[in-house]
Design a protein around this ligand. Structure first.
Ligand code: MN
Length: 434
């Protein structure tokens, strides 16, 4: 058992016991009782728990007695919460270092300040955090894209190269193209993680199917969405990054990981797909610099771009033909609405993969500022908006309970495609955008 692992057990035990002592019903365990540190023996057989109690010596002695009598309960609950096979036997010791209330208040202030500091991590802090963890499970979002899959695969590769067990959760929506990059790193069914990391996910609600059990215990979230809603214990978010893959790249470097061809390919997939081959407005000089570095590390840029952007199946070409011949260019040519009916998908035997990135076609026509793509999903209309600087898609979609980025966002309207088209047109009219 390495000292890093023990350090983690100490941290986790301290955190869990701090929560659990609030549930002890013994009146002796009341008032300001706090656990100041935990020292676990290297064999995990026992742990010394240092407790500080606000009050006189008698109060402190009574409290320790109360904790000793509750130790069976505390140990059992801690074992359950921490999913540890062996939970150490707990010995409670009064910590004499804090004697006055003033000190306690200072301590509490420092702890909450530290908590804040800990919640938001920069790249270096994230690398430091990941160094102390093992058995890491990486989650992605619903309707995963190249950034989600590429970022997840890249993080798994980087962490594995440090000798850690790190796997990507098998998002049931990974398509063939994405699976090519994540398959070797998918978590085995019996994998029991002790650290959960979400990548490219702006909201706990957006986590992929099957991750429901983890939604409330995500240890770290790495994301680049402006609309990010904090849901994890720690987060490393940078809305200036064009792709989550850009942040993962920086983290990999901060971890001291060598950027192998495999890692470079996964990161290139993330960055290239989220910028539409470096064409979308989110692309920055930094994005290009990173892409250049990835190419220098052996990324198969030509193959990846061809695979994701140029090659099309016949079914896809048929869908595009249908979309282009039926598109509705309105508002004096500033808005283009394209629709895809399930019947068209069925007629052409198109798969989900054939639909990938199809929403971007709404902005193909010259002069269009706002493109709207509408498709049928689960009996409702799913809208994807794409725009230039004149329209904030995230704001428009927020009106319908959706979200996303300024230039690309989505929402769902409970209506047929044709009705959804009327609804969005009337909302655009109401906004007076054009
Ligand atoms: Mn992304």
């Amino acid at each position: 058992m390495g000292s890093v692992r023990i350090g983690r057990v100490n941290d986790e035990l301290m955190r869990t016991l701090s929560e659990l002592i609030r549930t002890v019903r013994d009146p002796r365990v009341s008032g300001l009782v706090s656990i100041v540190r935990v020292e676990t023996a290297p064999d995990l057989g026992s742990a010394r728990v240092f407790v500080s109690v606000l009050g006189d010596e008698q109060k402190s002695r009574d409290c320790i007695k109360g904790l000793v009598s509750a130790s069976g309960y505390l140990r059992r609950e801690a074992a359950r919460k921490l999913r540890l096979r062996y939970t150490p036997e707990l010995t409670f010791i009064a910590d004499e270092s804090i004697v006055t209330g003033t000190h306690i208040m200072e301590l509490i202030e420092n702890v909450s300040r530290d908590d804040n500091k800990k919640r938001v991590l920069d790249v270096a802090g994230t690398a430091e955090f990941l160094k102390t963890r093992d058995d890491i499970l990486i989650l992605t979002h619903k309707s995963p894209d190249g950034d989600a899959a590429g970022s997840a695969a890249a993080l798994a590769i980087a962490l594995s190269s440090l000798g850690k067990r790190a796997y990507v959760f098998a998002n049931p929506e990974f398509n063939k193209k994405l699976l090519k990059y994540v398959k070797p790193y998918l978590a085995p069914e019996d994998f029991a993680p002790s650290c959960v990391v979400a990548v490219d996910c702006a909201d706990a609600k957006l986590l992929s199917k099957g991750c429901e059990d983890y939604a409330e215990s995500v240890d770290l979230c790495i994301d680049h969405h402006v609309t990010h809603k904090p849901f994890s214990r720690r987060e490393c978010c940078d809305a200036t990054a064009a792709a989550c893959g850009e942040i993962i790249f920086d983290i990999a470097k901060a971890l001291g990981v060598r950027i192998t061809k495999k890692l470079a390919n996964a990161l290139y997939v993330a960055v290239s797909t989220d910028t539409g081959r470096f064409l979308h407005a989110n692309t920055t000089p930094e994005t290009h610099k990173k892409a250049a570095e990835l190419i220098a590390c052996g990324a198969d840029f030509e193959k990846i771009n061809r695979e994701f952007f140029i090659e099309k199946t016949r079914a896809r070409l048929a869908l595009e033909a249908d979309i282009f011949s039926n598109m509705n260019i309105c508002f004096g040519g500033h808005v283009c609405i394209i629709k895809l009916y399930n019947s068209t998908i069925e007629k052409n035997k198109a798969t989900d993969e054939d639909l990938d990135g199809i929403s971007a076609l709404s902005r193909t026509a010259k002069g269009v500022s706002l493109g709207v793509y509408i498709r049928e999903k689960d009996g409702m209309a799913k809208l994807s908006l794409r725009s230039d600087e004149k329209v904030n898609c995230a704001e428009v979609c927020a009106h319908f309970g959706g979200g996303g980025h300024e230039r690309a966002a989505g929402c769902t309207i409970n209506a047929t495609l044709d009705d959804a088209e009327k609804i969005i047109i009337s909302y655009i009219t109401e906004l007076g955008l054009f």
